[in-house]
Design a protein around this ligand. Structure first.
Ligand code: FAD
Length: 326
């Protein structure tokens, strides 16, 4: 039995890819599956040290600069061939935009089962993959048994512990494309929308603002809190629709799903479509001036107050603690 994890390329190994890898490695150990990983980001050596002790038999990669890292068109034929040749039974990737689109295209090519946006992976006693997937904006958690092979799964980034045993490194297998210059599309430039801030998908802490922010010019206070905490900035759809912040920051059913250690919701009411994107956060703090706001039913710590008073107090306290510790 062989399983494969897709490690997405974004310069370095993303937290989403590491979560997918660590979760799959744990299940593979229990199921006795041979674990493979595919790194599409360039030099295999760049990520080797982070793969130590995870029980990966082989890391598949392409020689440097041979295949463009983000090219769906270039990688898919190779990925399909790899799955068929190695008779891979389970393919896991991060539930990022790239992971979801690549695995959807791969599932179509392989005519295989795909479970997107799962929050847990395990197996039955005989090794059949089991996943947990939120449905209906997170109101229902479905446990699905993926009986057809190969099966494909994308996993949401979540708080996790990497379990390493020993420090063995995987073997490296290099693959080449027959005609790397014959691609119909090419990526000219990658523009980071949230330059200078932590990526939402990778962040251990997310600070989000909603309609309670009251306008496009009032976000400096949340940006400062993000900087103090090393957090990424999120937003509700109301804030995005009002044109106050780019859609890349939207959390929820029609935005991104995040599972950070800490989620701080500021001026967000807690609509079910917003909860769909942050329900699996480990700890939730809500700041809202309406004590009856729905978000207070879904948080670990609730602060009833004006966010423009509460957030500066938090920043001040964090700064004071940093000075004390220095
Ligand atoms: C098909 C569909 C998909 C959707 N997808 C998404 C999605 O992906 N993500 C998403 O977020 N929404 C989504 N929505 C919209 C969702 O239903 C809500 O309308 C939206 O989440 C509300 O955003 P909000 O909480 O910022 O605004 P509101 O519901 O207006 O809440 C604003 C909150 O701010 C509080 N507040 C105001 N001023 C302050 C202050 N100074 N200090 C503290 N608190 C203050 C208020 O008490 C209030 O609770 C979707 C809706 C539909 C129909």
């Amino acid at each position: 039995m062989r399983w494969l994890v897709l490690l997405e390329p974004r310069g370095e190994l993303t937290t989403g890819s590491l979560v997918a890898l660590a979760t799959t490695a744990r299940s593979a150990r229990l199921a006795g599956a041979e674990l493979h990983a595919l790194w599409t980001g360039g030099q295999a050596e760049d990520v080797m040290s982070r793969l130590r002790g995870l029980g990966i038999a082989t890391l598949h990669a392409a020689p440097a600069d041979h295949i463009p890292p983000l090219s769906h068109e270039a990688w898919l034929p190779l990925l399909t061939e790899l799955v068929k040749n190695l008779e891979i039974e389970l393919i896991v990737g991060p539930a990022s935009a790239l992971g979801k689109s690549w695995l959807a295209a791969l599932a179509a090519r392989l005519d295989a089962e795909l479970a997107q946006d799962c929050i847990a992976l395990g197996t039955t006693a005989n090794g059949t993959p089991l996943v947990r997937k939120p449905l209906y904006a997170g109101k229902l958690l479905a446990d699905l048994r993926l009986e057809r092979q190969p099966a494909l799964v994308t996993l949401r980034p979540a708080s996790f512990q990497i379990e390493r045993s020993g420090d063995a490194l995987p073997a490296i297998a290099y693959h080449t494309m027959k005609n790397p210059n014959n691609l119909r599309s090419s990526i000219k430039e990658v523009v980071k929308v949230s330059a200078g801030m932590a990526e939402l998908a990778d962040a251990r802490i997310v600070v989000s603002g909603g309609r309670g922010m009251g306008g496009a010019d009032h976000w400096a206070v949340l940006q400062e809190l993000c900087q103090e905490l090393g957090a990424a900035l999120g937003a509700s759809r109301a804030a995005v629709d009002a044109g106050w912040i780019h859609h890349a920051h939207q959390i929820g059913q029609t935005g991104k799903a995040v599972s950070p250690d800490l989620y701080i919701a500021c001026g967000i009411s807690g609509a079910v479509q917003h909860l769909a994107g942050m329900r699996s956060a480990h700890k939730v703090v809500a700041i809202n001036k309406d004590p009856t706001a729905e978000i207070f039913q879904h948080c670990d710590y609730g602060i009833v107050g004006d966010l423009f008073e509460v957030v500066p107090m938090l920043i001040q306290e964090l700064k004071a603690q940093r000075t004390q510790a220095a």
